[in-house]
Write a protein that binds this ligand. Structure first.
Ligand code: THU
Length: 167
């Protein structure tokens, strides 16, 4: 029997003021794009803004639906936009923020399980780790260097590889 441990480092900043200019700019943009979310059911606007490795930027917001499961999160909207406009280009850094119309927005939120799965596959297929900046409209900010840290033991296409036929 082996006792194994999973852990990872992440950075916590007291506020956006402590970030590098580049990271602060991404978080500011993520905060701004929350206004484009369509959230009549949750009143919880999420905004994502990313810089790609080709230098371009893309954004995404959550888009809800009266048939609730048909709604999509900001992160997956962003990944759809990124890989449609710039196929196979990696995401360097994604900033995620939110505006809770019925409450506070003073701490980081982190991507839901489905988005974590999608982020991990996106970084695998583009062969580049995704840096993640998480922060509300105010308050502390977390920076995570690799999306895979958010989903240990993730399932991937490699798990479904066919057995090689013996020749
Ligand atoms: N949501 C996101 O867009 N991203 C997250 O990381 C968490 C949740 C959305 C889904 C839904 O529209 C609303 O926030 C409330 O769950």
């Amino acid at each position: 029997m082996n006792n194994e441990v999973f852990n990872f480092d992440f950075k916590v900043y007291d506020s956006i003021e402590e970030l590098s200019d580049q990271d602060a700019e991404l978080l500011r943009e993520a905060r701004k794009v929350t206004q484009f979310a369509y959230v009549p059911y949750s009143n919880f606007r999420v905004g994502a803004f990313a810089k790609l490795t080709n230098g371009k930027t893309v954004m995404g917001t959550n888009q809800e639906n009266a048939s609730y499961p048909a709604g999509i999160c900001a992160e997956r909207t962003l990944m759809s936009v990124a890989s449609t406009l710039f196929p196979n280009v990696a995401i360097e850094t994604i900033a995620i923020s939110y505006d809770n119309l019925k409450g506070k927005s003073d701490h980081p939120i982190s991507p839901c399980g489905i988005c974590r799965q999608s982020l991990v596959e996106f970084q695998q297929r583009t062969d580049h780790p995704i840096r993640i900046i998480l922060g509300g409209m105010e308050g502390n900010v977390q920076v995570i260097e690799n999306a895979a840290n958010l989903l240990p033991f993730s399932f991937s296409a490699d798990d479904m590889k066919f057995k090689q036929k013996e020749k």
